[in-house]
Design a protein around this ligand. Structure first.
Ligand SMILES: [Mn+2]
Length: 287
């Protein structure tokens, strides 16, 4: 099954990575790419936020890649090589996970094409561990690997981190402690939508390209219950759609996007998959 309104040719590719072996709690995110596509047939192709229509957007859903591997490092290599190949033909890409280990190789491939790249990481969890359960490519290491690729990273929605993550990245970080728009160790921590919009504006003016990584658990569990590690106190979908509207107005160059950690086995009435599906529609429209 392909995402609604997928075309034969286009500038943007979508692919699914049905992999959840690095998940530490409940498995099931491997089922998300198919479920999210299924839910797309419930959507209008026309957006009430941007007044754009998916029918007019040239993107190609390449469906799921083969991920018959256990080791997250093999998965990383596979996603990287696949993405690299696709970026010879396509300008931009969208990944549907899978757990948060799935986009690491994709981000690396994007960064090799777009050297001037900034990443916005929406998540409840810091994902800044260097190694987790013996792997550097675990879903708990996503943001740390992004920093290894030398990509300035803006985190939003984070409300769960270890004492080590706190000491190494947040403590003494002016963006964390005083909400100043300053990087420390290439990372900025933002809690407020208006400040996030200001940061995006500054990067856009410096000619940066954008990548957005969305862990669905950034949303409050009341909006997105279908995820393995729910964390109370999260963001709401309306604010996110408002943010996308702002990105459209600003005409940013959004070159990569992923949505991860949707778990259809833990979902209720498919509301989490439906949310992810709607977000993909909105993101495709502004790409
Ligand atoms: Mn998370």
């Amino acid at each position: 099954m392909k995402f609604i309104s997928s075309k034969q040719k286009g500038d943007i590719f979508i692919f699914g990575v049905p992999y959840d072996a690095s998940t530490c709690f409940y498995p099931g995110t491997r089922l998300a790419p198919q479920k999210i596509r299924e839910m797309s047939y419930n959507l209008e192709t026309f957006s009430p936020y941007t007044f754009l229509d998916l029918e007019d957007k040239n993107f190609v859903d390449l469906e799921d890649i083969e991920v018959n591997v256990i080791d997250p490092k093999d998965l990383f290599k596979r996603v990287y090589e696949f993405s690299k190949k696709q970026l010879d033909n396509f300008k931009k890409g969208v990944l549907i996970g899978g757990d948060h280990s799935t986009p690491i190789g994709f981000v690396k491939a994007i960064k090799e094409v777009y050297t001037k790249l900034v990443l916005i990481h929406f998540d409840a969890h810091a994902d800044l561990r260097d190694i987790y359960l013996n792997s550097k490519y675990s879903h708990a290491c996503f943001a740390r690997r992004v920093l290894d690729f030398n990509i300035p990273t803006i985190q939003f929605g984070i409300r769960s981190f270890s004492q080590d993550e706190y000491k190494n990245f947040y403590k003494g970080n002016p963006s964390f402690e005083e909400e100043k728009l300053l990087f420390k160790n290439n990372i900025m921590f933002i809690k407020n939508w208006d400040i996030l919009k200001e940061v995006v504006y500054l990067f856009k003016n410096q000619g940066y390209n954008f990548y957005i990584s969305l862990d669905i658990d950034a949303f409050d569990p009341s909006f997105a219950p279908g995820t393995g590690t729910p964390e109370a106190g999260g963001m709401d979908p309306l604010s996110f759609f408002e943010f996308i509207k702002y990105l459209k107005k600003l005409k940013i160059n959004l070159v990569g996007f992923d949505v991860v950690e949707v778990n259809p086995l833990l979902d209720s009435s498919n509301i989490t998959s439906a949310l992810a599906s709607k977000i993909i529609r909105e993101i495709l429209l502004i790409m």
